[in-house]
Design a protein around this ligand. Structure first.
Ligand code: AHR
Length: 336
């Protein structure tokens, strides 16, 4: 059963008909079929769902895998008419994209918020237009959770804790000096991975001596690490909020004549192929996974929301963690 409030653009309706191979006059036939002996009660449910998705950007290997998962899943064959936009890590671009999708009257809005705060106004506009919103990957910080249907993504605090617990297990008692490469300032994974790591190392003799943002990119991770290496000559461990910044740090450490993974240990989050290769090669010491393959869950939730079915407010994606041995084993079948 479809929600009575569902809106469809003329374009989406045409697309639906094209996908189903139906002429305009055949809708009557479809509804007749629904009640026939064939047992096919799903003709309406096979209509195309128009969905506007605003992506954070293309800042990392993780993001590329996440975009691919969404684009590969929300296809016409799977019942979707996807409009996709890249916000280039700018909140104003995302707000503009969301407003444009609202104006187009899409059936569902989905997005991965660049930063946590500042979304209430545009989400209220979506609510007023009766367009359900699904959050993927990153959360919004709002007092009103009726502004979205569901949030699908990893537990970033747990990822930070897992990284910190491993660091304490391996290096406590050695007086390790840690530098932190933070993700984008104000982004949920940067806030939560920092908090989780700090909680885990509390009471140990690991000390964060500096912490700066590398904006989740390899280039900025390298630049920030170069700065750290000029400022401090006693760095023992880099905690990078993603693989890309860790890979940038490797370049900076090597350029400074040191051996990453030995002279300076490295812990990252994500577990994309490039990161896993560096872990297998001994240049990174430990990686906490963040699974980017959110397309299937998004498709499932969008279909349920449109069908008027209940969905879970929070869908937590499960992550693993890898040391060198586990990376060597996992690499041949790694999907992203
Ligand atoms: O929000 C998920 C984070 O964003 C990933 O860990 C990082 O690589 C990406 O840019």
């Amino acid at each position: 059963m479809f929600s009575s409030t569902r809106r469809r653009t003329a374009g989406a309706m045409i697309a639906s008909l094209a996908v189903l191979g139906l002429a305009a006059c055949s809708s009557e036939q479809a509804s007749t079929d629904a009640g026939s002996d064939s047992g096919d009660t799903g003709s309406a449910a096979e209509e195309t769902i128009s969905i506007g998705f605003s992506q954070v950007g293309a800042e990392s290997g993780w993001r590329a895998a996440n975009t691919k998962s969404i684009q590969d899943t929300l296809t016409q064959e799977n019942g979707f008419d996807l409009s996709f936009s890249d916000a280039q890590q700018k909140q104003e671009n995302q707000i503009q994209a969301l407003r444009s999708y609202i104006q187009q009257g899409v059936d569902v809005l989905a997005f991965s918020p660049v930063v946590e705060t500042g979304w209430d106004a545009v989400l209220e506009e979506a609510k007023a237009a009766d367009i359900p919103v699904i959050l993927t990957d990153r959360a919004v910080d709002s007092d009103d959770d009726s502004l979205y249907e569901s949030f699908i993504g990893s537990d970033f605090v747990l990822e930070g804790e897992t990284a910190g617990e491993w660091a304490v297990e391996q290096y406590d008692g050695e007086g390790y000096q840690v530098v932190e490469l933070q993700g984008t300032t104000g982004a949920a994974p940067a806030i939560d991975r920092k908090a989780g790591f700090e909680t885990a190392i509390e009471g140990s003799d690991l000390e964060i001596i500096d912490s700066q943002t590398g904006n989740f990119t390899r280039t900025e991770g390298k630049q920030v690490m170069e700065g750290f290496l000029q400022k401090y000559d006693d760095i023992d461990l880099v905690y990078a909020h993603n693989d890309d910044m860790g890979l940038g740090a490797i370049e900076a450490i090597e350029a400074a004549g040191m051996v990453p993974g030995e002279d300076i240990k490295i812990i990252t989050v994500d577990a994309v192929k490039d990161g896993m290769q560096a872990l297998a090669d001994g240049k990174i010491n430990y990686i906490v996974e963040c699974n980017p393959l959110l397309g299937p869950d998004l498709a499932d939730v969008a279909k349920k929301v449109i069908a008027g079915e209940a969905v879970e407010k929070r869908i937590v994606v499960k992550d693993k963690a890898f040391d060198q041995e586990a990376a060597v084993e996992a690499l041949p079948s790694r999907e992203y």
